[in-house]
Structures are given as structure tokens and as C-alpha cells.
Design a protein around this ligand. Structure first.
Ligand code: NDP
Ligand code: OXD
Length: 315
């Protein structure tokens, strides 16, 4: 009893299994699809995009643990059993996202794509360079990841604004919330960083109408977009239009409406776009299995599960 199931798709279960066996050799470990054994023994499922219906086969499941910070990949299962779903909150993942956001904010702020192009053409020409303090980075999503990124950016010297669903107060950050706060937030923003979850409320939020509300006369000469949250929040056709008509000066995209990004997408070769393969903050077994085991052991000792997702909000 109390077996742990590893049920992942699109990635190998092997490193997860190896790490569980190293840290908890005494635990009964099962692996989808071939080694589920007697499903009545399975109490916990550690999952990434689990195949629909797999979790419903485990009648004694007590909790689902997402191996990522996002949980949209769990809620797409129409047969998801009514057990708590917990997500990863871990310094390793948080710091990885912080690195990504800082890297891409600075890349746009320092016009690095321009200098890359100039280097290819052997052009020695210095462009203008506004100070970080003249640039506002607007972060959509002031959760665990958004707050950490805000703190890093503030320490580098950027002006930072943030937008969330509910009101927040963060030192040194101009905060906005809800539909009523969105336009004011966008009007301040030179570099928009999206760290939102995929929920029914955030679907398609980053469209042309929204991008047109970003600051037009800012120090960078035009606004930039960085999306490292979820692709479902963006309308890619609108982002392309915004890049082509000058609404956006450039974009970094780590997440896409459909992943992997199709070979046919014009985003791949767009001169103003930087693409990464949904690796802004990878979930790494060496760091995260310890976190999941701690959740399970605390729960078995009678303590609460932490970072349980509200299924109605979807994050
Ligand atoms: P949290 O749940 O801690 O934070 C989510 C934030 O989004 C909160 O501030 C929340 O507002 C806000 N939010 C949610 N819905 C809305 C809405 N409708 N309007 C305005 N704000 C909203 O999540 P994390 O910070 O840990 O992670 C954020 C997301 O990043 C994950 O859900 C995942 O999709 C993505 N991610 C991507 C990775 C990658 O490699 N690309 C890696 C890890 C995560 P409030 O504070 O009011 O609740
Ligand atoms: C996550 C992700 O949600 O990697 O953690 O996308």
C-alpha cells in the first residue's frame, strides 16, 4: 500500500524513478504504463501530462503531485479523481525562472539582438542605451515565480510593475489587479513578462488589443513581450501582427499555443523573435523528487499537503 506512481508523458520517467529509488529505496514505486502493478496499492501519483484516465484507474489515490509548477496538464483529464492536486514550489525551479526572466529582459533592454545582427555584418556601431531605471518591466502573475523575478529585476535597477488576480502589496513594485487594473498596468509597461497559469480566465489574454495598450513612447522605442508562463495565454497570430506593424519591438517566447512549435510557424524565423523550447524553468528530478517525498512523508505523518491547487481557479 501507499505506492507512488510515476505517470509522465513527453518526457522519460527513468530519471524520476532513479531519483526516487536513490532517496527512498524502501518505497513501493510504480511506473506508467507498464509497471502499474495492482492499482489498488497506488496512493500518490507524480505526474506530467498524465494520459487521460490513468489516475481514475487508481481507486485509493490520495493525492496527485504535479512535477511542474503549472497544473493545467492535470486538469485536462476529464476523469481526474477528486483528490488534492499539489504543485511544485521549490527554490530550484524558482531560481531557474528568475535566471530566464533576467536574461531575456536584459537581452531586450541592451538591444542584444541588434548587436548580434551587427556582428554578423561586421558593423561597429553603438546605439543608444537607456538606464534600467528608465524602463518598466511589467510582470503578469505575481505568484511564486513572478514575485521572485520582480525582486531580481528591482535589484538590477529596473522599475517594476505587477498584475495579479487579487490585490498584492510588494515593496518597490507598482501593483495592479483584476480586469480594472489591467490597462493602467499595461500603460506603464515597456517589457511585458507573462508568468500566468493557463486557466479559463487567462486563455487568449495576450492578443493584439492588449499589446496595443503597452507603453508606446518608452525608453526602448517600443515594447517587448516575454512569455514564460503558458502558451494558451497568447494569440500567436496577434503577436505576429504586432511584431510586423511595430506594436511590438520584439518578443521572447518559451511557451506556445501548441507544443512543440510547428515547423510551419512563422515565429521560428521572425527576425524579432527569440524562441526557447519550454525550458525557462525545467523540472529537474535531482532537485524536485526530494520536494515531492517531503510532501508525501509530511502527509503520512498527519501533516497537511502544501501548495494544494484550488480546482475552481485552476492554479
Ligand atoms: P502561482 O500560482 O504562484 O502564481 C500565479 C499568479 O498568476 C498569481 O499571482 C495569480 O494571481 C496570477 N493569476 C492567475 N490567474 C489570473 C488572472 N485571471 N488574472 C490575473 N492574474 C492571475 O504560480 P507560479 O508563479 O508558481 O507559476 C506561474 C506559472 O508559470 C505556472 O502556472 C506555469 O504555467 C508557468 N511555468 C512555466 C515554466 C516554464 O518553464 N515555462 C516553468 C514553471 C512554471 P493571485 O496572486 O491573485 O492569485
Ligand atoms: C511547469 C513547467 O509548469 O515546466 O513547471 O512548465
Amino acid at each position: 500500500m501507499n505506492a507512488i506512481l510515476i505517470a509522465v508523458t513527453g518526457t522519460s520517467p527513468e530519471p524520476w524513478e532513479r531519483r526516487f529509488r536513490t532517496l527512498a529505496p524502501q518505497r513501493d514505486l510504480r511506473v506508467w504504463p507498464d509497471r502499474m502493478g495492482d492499482v489498488r496499492d497506488i496512493a500518490y501519483a507524480c505526474v506530467w501530462k498524465p494520459a487521460p484516465g490513468v489516475l481514475a484507474r487508481c481507486p485509493n489515490l490520495k493525492a496527485v503531485l504535479s512535477v511542474g509548477a503549472g497544473v493545467d496538464h492535470v486538469f485536462t483529464d476529464p476523469d481526474l479523481p477528486p483528490v488534492p492536486v499539489v504543485r511544485i514550489v521549490d527554490a530550484d525551479l524558482t531560481m531557474r525562472m528568475g535566471e530566464y526572466v533576467v536574461l531575456h529582459v536584459l537581452m531586450h533592454h541592451r538591444f542584444q539582438r541588434l548587436y548580434d545582427a551587427q556582428q554578423r555584418a561586421r558593423v561597429w556601431r553603438e546605439d543608444r542605451q537607456p538606464a534600467a531605471s528608465a524602463v518598466t518591466v511589467g510582470i503578469m502573475g505575481l505568484g511564486v515565480l513572478g514575485r521572485h523575478a520582480a525582486d531580481l529585476l528591482r535589484r538590477i535597477g529596473f522599475s517594476v510593475a505587477g498584475w495579479s488576480r487579487t490585490a498584492k502589496s510588494l515593496e518597490g513594485v507598482a501593483t495592479f489587479h483584476g480586469a480594472d487594473g489591467l490597462d493602467g498596468f499595461l500603460a506603464l509597461t515597456d517589457i511585458l513578462v507573462c508568468l500566468l497559469p493557463s486557466t479559463p480566465d487567462t486563455k487568449g489574454l495576450i492578443d493584439l488589443a492588449l499589446l496595443r495598450k503597452l507603453k508606446r513612447n518608452g525608453a526602448l522605442g517600443g515594447p517587448f513581450l516575454i512569455n514564460a508562463g503558458r502558451g494558451a495565454t497568447q494569440v500567436e497570430a496577434d503577436i505576429l501582427s504586432a511584431l510586423d506593424d511595430g506594436t511590438l519591438a520584439g518578443a521572447t517566447l518559451d511557451v506556445f499555443e501548441s507544443e512543440p512549435l510547428s515547423d510551419a510557424s512563422p515565429l521560428w524565423t521572425h527576425p524579432k523573435v527569440t524562441i526557447t523550447p519550454h525550458n525557462a524553468a525545467a523540472s529537474v528530478p535531482s532537485a524536485l523528487v526530494r520536494n515531492m517525498l517531503a510532501q508525501i512523508e509530511r502527509f503520512e505523518a498527519g501533516g497537511p499537503l502544501q501548495h494544494v491547487v484550488d480546482p475552481r481557479a485552476g492554479y
